[in-house]
Ligand binder design. Structure first.
Ligand SMILES: Cc1cc2nc3c(=O)[nH]c(=O)nc-3n(C[C@H](O)[C@H](O)[C@H](O)COP(=O)(O)OP(=O)(O)OC[C@H]3O[C@@H](n4cnc5c(N)ncnc54)[C@H](O)[C@@H]3O)c2cc1C
Length: 462
């Protein structure tokens, strides 16, 4: 339903991914009249091409690893192979169940859902299929798509993006993953579990370079043990087709051949050709510029999610969407503390963190004001049972609060909930040490680390 002359929506949202739909749900809950415009599928990247399908692949990989490793636990199992059709059926089942649920939720909140490609025709309107949707406010939430490099053409067959990797009908014998960030290492991990021989090529010095260096090094070691090769610190120069695959050539002349090349060098915002600049919305390197309330340079237009230069995470999109909805409904939401956003990389082993790395804490507070502590998972009963290795590293302002928690190990992603409370409530090590952690759990590693930082280590050396 486009508005007739008498109706103007309170909020017209362009893009139905994490940022857009969260804004729609919250705004409708707060009594606003909302139109949500989506050209593809409600749920966007996260649900259809991102968080959910990748985690399903990783879980299938975990099942494969368990089958291989049964004998280590005295269980008779054998790994007979991966049937990709079955993996896709499982993954797509998860996605379609969540998709149906989300469609029901949007309908139940009385959001006007519009299918089609939208164009910002003025600071207060979006055009879709020749119809105009007027809004007192507009929210831009058109998200992002995989990036490539000049001269590196993604053909969808041998040179692929994460979108293609999620649809691959076979387990490649070998793969080069270009980019050792979150998306790259997650695919490297899942494919290795499936039986692919993987080499990760990362131009920077470390895998997951946005993490504390200690976590990167632990992951690199764990990947080496799993047989995943990494080539770090040299940039990509070009890719060439070979008889039956791809050859990747680096700036130092080193070459790697594989059946497929996954380009995972990051994602770029979808902001071109949509009328944004014509309407006066300021854009820098493709990203829509916003203040801490997600307001653009045009008073009636806000923007959220991967389209703006904040962390490209689904839960950041949710939070920004909710922030905009609450601001427009007249509530007084506080700006987001982006350092306090939990970050999880779901490879095996998992990498999770919240707050500042040691390096950033030293920049902010001064090197002599920062204290760190590492607790090795080797001292934890549950970690031993799971046969996982890793560490919890805490970063503290001397005599003050914990400002960074960095964790590597199986199931450590799930511990980020407690870590985020510690960071966001500015907890002192002694306060966390006071809390009793269940034994034997992986969450106990956080308790033990804080006991040690508070000067009373239990299952660790002084
Ligand atoms: C492989 C992969 C794994 C990921 N894993 C995780 C994870 O584990 N955890 C996590 O937090 N994040 C993860 N992410 C990131 C997460 O998916 C994104 O941060 C999130 O989806 C961003 O939400 P968004 O609403 O900004 O954009 P999107 O989800 O990209 O949604 C934008 C929507 O806008 C629509 N659109 C675009 N242009 C128009 C138009 N002109 N008219 C109408 N509609 C339009 C698109 O069709 C799309 O549905 C992952 C991403 C990828 C690629």
């Amino acid at each position: 339903m486009a508005n007739d002359a008498s109706t103007v929506f309170d909020l017209v949202i362009l893009g139905g991914g994490s940022g857009g739909y969260a804004a729609a749900l919250r705004a409708a809950q707060l009594g606003l009249d909302v139109a949500l415009i989506e050209k593809d599928k409600l749920g966007g990247t996260c649900l259809h091409r991102g968080c959910i399908p990748t985690k399903a692949l990783l879980h299938a990989g975990e099942v494969a690893d368990s089958a291989r490793e049964g004998a280590e636990f005295g269980v008779k199992t054998s790994f007979e192979g991966i049937e990709m059709a079955g993996v896709h059926k499982y993954k797509d089942g998860v996605v379609s169940g969540l998709h149906k649920g989300l469609q029901g939720l949007v309908a139940s909140r009385k959001v006007t859902y519009v299918e089609g490609s939208g164009y910002l025709s003025s600071p207060t309107s979006v055009d879709v299929n020749g119809q105009r949707f007027e809004g007192r406010h507009i929210l831009l939430a058109t998200g992002s798509v995989p990036k490539s490099l000049p001269g590196l053409e993604i053909d969808g067959d041998r040179i692929i993006s994460s979108d293609h990797a999620l649809q691959l009908d076979r387990v490649p014998k070998s793969a080069v993953v270009l980019g050792g960030g979150v998306i790259g290492v997650e695919f490297a991990s899942a494919w290795t579990s499936f039986g692919t021989e993987v080499t990760v090529v990362e131009g920077l010095k470390h895998l997951v370079p946005a993490e504390d260096e200690n976590s990167s090094k632990l992951l690199e070691r764990a990947f080496r043990k799993r047989g995943i090769k990494s080539n770090l610190g040299t940039f990509f120069e070009r890719a060439e087709y070979t008889q039956d695959g791809v050859k990747v050539v680096l700036a130092d002349g080193k070459e790697f051949e594989a059946e497929v090349l996954l380009v995972a060098i990051g994602r770029g915002p979808v902001s071109q050709g949509l009328g944004y600049e014509e309407a006066g919305v300021a854009i820098d390197r493709g990203f829509v510029q916003v203040d801490e309330y997600c307001r653009t340079s045009v008073p009636t237009v806000s923007a959220v999610g991967d389209l703006i230069p904040t962390l490209q995470l689904a839960h950041v999109g949710f939070a920004e969407g909710i922030l905009v909805a609450e601001r427009l409904a007249g509530l007084n939401p506080v700006p987001i503390d982006y350092d306090g956003v939990p970050r999880v990389t779901y490879c095996n082993p998992e990498v999770a963190s919240v707050g500042l790395s040691e390096e950033k804490a030293k920049e902010r507070y001064g090197a002599d004001k920062v204290v760190t502590l590492k607790y090795n998972l080797a001292g934890n009963g549950r970690s031993k049972i799971l046969k996982t290795t890793g560490e919890v590293k805490l970063v503290q302002v001397r005599d003050g609060a914990v400002v960074g928690v960095h964790m590597v190990g199986d199931r450590m992603g799930e511990q980020v909930g407690e870590a985020q409370l510690i960071y966001n409530w500015e907890a002192l090590p002694s306060e966390v040490a006071q809390l009793i952690h269940a034994h034997p759990t992986q969450t106990e590693t956080l308790g033990e680390a804080h006991l040690a930082l508070a000067g009373k280590p239990l299952h660790s050396h002084d």
